[in-house]
Design a protein around this ligand. Structure first.
Ligand SMILES: *[C@@H]1O[C@H](CO)[C@@H](O)[C@H](O)[C@H]1NC(C)=O
Ligand SMILES: *[C@@H]1O[C@H](CO)[C@@H](O)[C@H](O)[C@H]1NC(C)=O
Ligand SMILES: *[C@@H]1O[C@H](CO)[C@@H](O)[C@H](O)[C@H]1NC(C)=O
Ligand SMILES: *[C@@H]1O[C@H](CO)[C@@H](O)[C@H](O)[C@H]1NC(C)=O
Length: 256
């Protein structure tokens, strides 16, 4: 291991300099670059000194054409990146020092999502992470499959109503309100209404048998049985055939 000093620019080699590597010595102002080998690759990790933060790739590697895969990063003043809050205001715009605490406020009509304060840590990161300011209005909501919504106003406080197509039933919340940028409930679901299975078409014989069973008196029963047979245009030949089928069905039932 050896150190290479170029007027305050430091590169720390954790590998032999004679190793096949990128020819250019990368260096970064107000920081160091540590060059090491990991899993057969030569890596360059850039680290800024206290009071500066890194802009660019922290870890770069020397690629197959012996070039670094990304440009040299820079160390900028401010221990953590300058706080950015779109549609809002941080209490300080930077540069910041380590352990500095800042607070956040969103513009009117925006709501803060996340923590309303953050601290610049030793490792150059903000903790808790920087929040975002979200509009209090909602975007157009989604449609469930086989469903749609009624309503054209998606602003804060407005309400929409969901409906399903014919033969579909709504499962979930039908009326939804836009509250602080979010719809009050999850998207409902349109569920297919299962129809009751249609009764199997009755044969003429079945109808006749039904007519027979409807009567309490044997004479009347036979009479309506024969009448129903005639109505259905069944001949005695066909009746025999139907009876054979019935017999076969009954036998099959007994066997199973
Ligand atoms: C290596 O990185 C350089 C710079 O980004 C790029 O131009 C070149 O194509 C890369 N080579 C390979 C083999 O990826
Ligand atoms: C950070 O520290 C420097 C020197 O210690 C000081 O001049 C500067 O005002 C500090 N910045 C903030 C935002 O406190
Ligand atoms: C941050 O939020 C807390 C409650 O979560 C509140 O008590 C506090 O006043 C807020 N601070 C600022 C600066 O808005
Ligand atoms: C920075 O430090 C904090 C607290 O020690 C830790 O939770 C966080 O993961 C660290 N972040 C990075 C990028 O190392």
């Amino acid at each position: 291991m050896f150190f290479r000093f170029v007027c305050c620019l430091v590169v720390v080699w954790l590998i032999s300099a004679s190793d096949e590597s990128c020819p250019e010595f990368p260096s970064v102002e107000n920081g160091i670059i540590v060059i090491e080998e990991a899993e057969g690759q030569v890596l360059g990790t850039s680290i800024c000194i206290k009071g500066y933060h890194l802009v660019g790739e922290k870890i770069r590697f020397c690629n197959a054409s012996m070039e670094w895969n990304a440009p040299v990063p820079t160390c900028r003043l401010g221990h953590c990146p300058d706080p950015v809050l779109v549609n809002g205001k941080p209490s300080s715009l930077g540069p910041v020092n380590v352990s500095d605490k800042i607070t956040f406020k969103c513009n009117d009509h925006y709501i803060l999502k996340g923590s309303n304060w953050s601290e610049c840590l030793d490792n150059h990161t903000w903790m808790p992470p920087l929040p975002v300011c979200k509009s209090r209005d909602c975007g157009p909501p989604g449609n469930p499959a086989h469903g749609y919504f009624e309503g054209t106003d998606f602003n804060s406080g407005s309400t929409i109503t969901y409906h399903c197509e014919d033969r579909y039933r709504l499962v979930g919340t039908q009326d939804q309100q836009c509250i602080d940028g979010e719809w009050s409930s999850a998207l409902p679901v349109c569920e297919f209404i299962q129809e009751a299975p249609k009764p199997a078409p009755q044969t003429g014989f079945d109808k006749a048998l039904f007519a027979f069973q409807e009567n309490k008196e044997l004479c009347k029963a036979i009479k309506s049985f024969v009448q129903r047979l005639k109505e259905n245009g069944l001949t005695m030949e066909e009746l025999k055939y139907s009876l054979e089928i019935k017999k076969a069905e009954l036998e099959a039932k007994v066997l199973s």
